[in-house]
Design a protein. Structure first.
Length: 427
């Protein structure tokens, strides 16, 4: 049976002014990018030429932004907060340089399709291990966060790249996002730097971040983190907040869960489970084929009417991995996913499958088999949906899966590059 059972720091209010620059987009050379490689103290410098103009002066002004592979730790973008409304946006800048930083030496640039859309000159001083919050006029949680720079407009956009530039050296200090397009990993989530990346970085990589669900504000205005990278790789845990939700209303998945039993084991991403009447499925209680959300394991031989579906490398290995986990489980839970359809194309129920091998487990004892199958290299990612309301400690389940997939791909394990020793590649 189921037994349902932050690092803080000061924030200094900074006085400031800001200069708002609106850059025009030309049809000739305004989007010209020039790259030069030079050697300087063992660093490779790439210089980007941006042609820009202000709203008050139509004369083009060119600024040379120096991009180094490595940069001295200065200030950096530690979090981008996005709420439920379009312009409910704030950005957090942090200092971990072990010195007081004069913000007037820096500007925040907002980039859209390789062009500077807007620019803010910063002012004030930022102490070590403190943060500076810039918020749109439409930022809703003004009463919950100490905003240092309250804008009178809404120039911060959910789907933009942001970069910090040192005005004295024209050096790129930090960047969040891809200058050419908005990074899909954060399209429906809020990037926050992980504990190993709290310093200036000039090459964006989403592996330096966690992804919070939109509207999670607990970590804005401080350097607290929801979990460690070790905990991230262990995967999400099942939280109490879903205990009182229904599994479905017959048409929509509502995020609830129930304890179940195995009706029939399947391959690596499909199992028949028993569904009680409270699951509110079309045909009432009984045995239903369940397709594991987020993952796609290689095929095994199907036979019968599906004889045309043949085994693929790692298909039987994924099946054995799944079946062993379920056989050894003392308790299994199936959970629906808010925002997901109840059934997939072939009529199977879409679900999150949790299991525990402990006696009388608490919710914290359950592990997400969907996630572990990806992490251990037995599956590819299926679908691009984020499901913002499904999270653990504020971090999207989908980000856990994306992160684990990237690790497996980089290691080249199982389906991502290894030869299946038990598969006959000649037939």
């Amino acid at each position: 049976m189921i037994n349902k059972s932050k690092k803080s720091k000061k924030i200094i209010f900074l006085s400031f002014t800001f200069l708002f620059l609106l850059f025009s987009c030309g049809n000739d050379t305004s989007n010209l990018i020039t790259s030069n490689s030079t050697t300087n103290n063992s660093l490779t410098n790439t210089t980007t030429s941006l042609t820009t103009s202000t709203t008050s002066n139509t004369t083009s002004q060119t600024s040379q932004i120096i991009v180094n592979d490595e940069v001295e730790n200065q200030i950096f973008i530690s979090e981008l907060y996005k709420g439920s409304k379009v312009y409910d946006v704030a950005i957090e800048i942090a200092n971990t340089s072990n010195s007081v930083i004069d913000l007037s030496n820096y500007k925040l640039e907002i980039i859209k399709s390789m062009e500077v859309e807007n620019s803010l000159d910063l002012q004030g001083f930022l102490n070590n291990n403190e943060v500076f919050i810039i918020a749109n006029d439409s930022f809703i949680a003004k009463d919950k966060v100490n905003v240092n720079l309250q804008l009178t407009n809404d120039i911060l956009n959910k789907n933009r790249c942001y970069r910090i530039v040192n005005k004295q050296t024209n050096e790129l200090v930090d960047i969040l996002g891809n200058e050419r397009f908005y990074d899909k990993q954060f399209l429906y989530g809020n990037p926050i730097r992980n504990e190993e990346s709290l310093y200036s970085i000039t090459k964006f990589d989403y592996m330096n971040y966690y992804c919070l669900s939109e509207g999670v504000i607990d970590y804005l205005g401080n350097l607290d983190l929801p979990l460690t990278k070790v905990e991230l790789l262990e995967g999400p845990k099942l939280e109490e907040k879903y205990a009182d939700l229904s599994f479905s209303d017959g048409l929509n998945s509502l995020g609830g869960f129930f304890e179940t039993t195995i009706e029939s084991l399947g391959d690596g991403d499909t199992t028949y489970f028993y569904y009680p009447s409270e699951a509110n499925l079309d045909s009432g209680e009984g045995s239903y084929s369940t397709r594991y959300l987020f993952i796609n394991t290689p095929e095994v031989d199907h036979g019968g009417e599906l004889d045309y579906i043949k085994a693929e490398p790692w298909g039987y290995a994924a099946k054995d991995y799944n079946n062993q986990k379920l056989r050894n489980a003392t308790s299994i839970i199936v959970q629906s996913c808010i925002g997901s359809p109840v059934h997939e194309t072939f009529g199977r129920v879409l679900g999150l499958v949790w299991y525990s091998d402990k006696v009388n487990p608490s919710l914290e004892d359950y592990r997400l088999l969907n996630y572990e199958t990806i992490r251990d290299g037995y599956a590819f990612k299926s679908g691009t949906e984020v499901y913002n309301e499904m999270n653990y400690k504020g971090i999207n389940y989908s980000f856990f899966v994306d992160y684990a997939l990237r690790i497996a791909e980089e290691k080249g394990i199982k389906v991502h590059g290894e030869v299946d020793p038990n598969f006959d590649y000649n037939n």
